[in-house]
Design a protein around this ligand. Sequence first.
Ligand code: FES
Length: 186
Amino acid sequence: MAKETPPSQEEKKPVSRREFLNFAWLASLGFLSLSVAGMSYLFAMPRFKEGEFGGMYTVGTVADLPETGSAPENYPKVKFWLSNTDQGALAIYKVCTHLGCLYNWVNQENKFICPCHGSQFTSEGQYIQGPAPRSLDRFVMQIVDPASGEVLAQTDESGDPLPIPDDPAAIVRVDTGARIQGEPHG
Ligand code: FES
């Protein structure tokens, strides 16, 4: 009886150096395209969400503001103190301008006092005494028309208090991504 011969196996051709280099080049090109697409997507995304520290935070309406001349109100989640003064409202960054401690409002003393090295500031964030090199930093505040969403007024570059309009329904918000450095003293 005749023996069946096994089917001939296909000969495996070794990959040439040129083919290998072509493959490697295409693979790195694909990887590069994916990386560029990923980076573009990340850059296109807003860095901070609304309502978080680093983004725009809506305090409420003019009617929700603390009374003029009352103790500053603490907004720990978005890291500022809201001070409503005779000249207008201020959103004061919670971090001491000396070495970055969190200072507190002390009612009995009627001023901000830093527990780390004792720097003191007025309710407007103005330097009084201590090792801090400058007054406290402030965030840009905005008054927004509740119907149209149009920005009616905004803190200027000097960081002066923002006058509050009579309209109790006007929206007050703070841009915690826009910080204005306090004035150096001495
Ligand atoms: S960190 Fe506030 S006084 Fe030093």
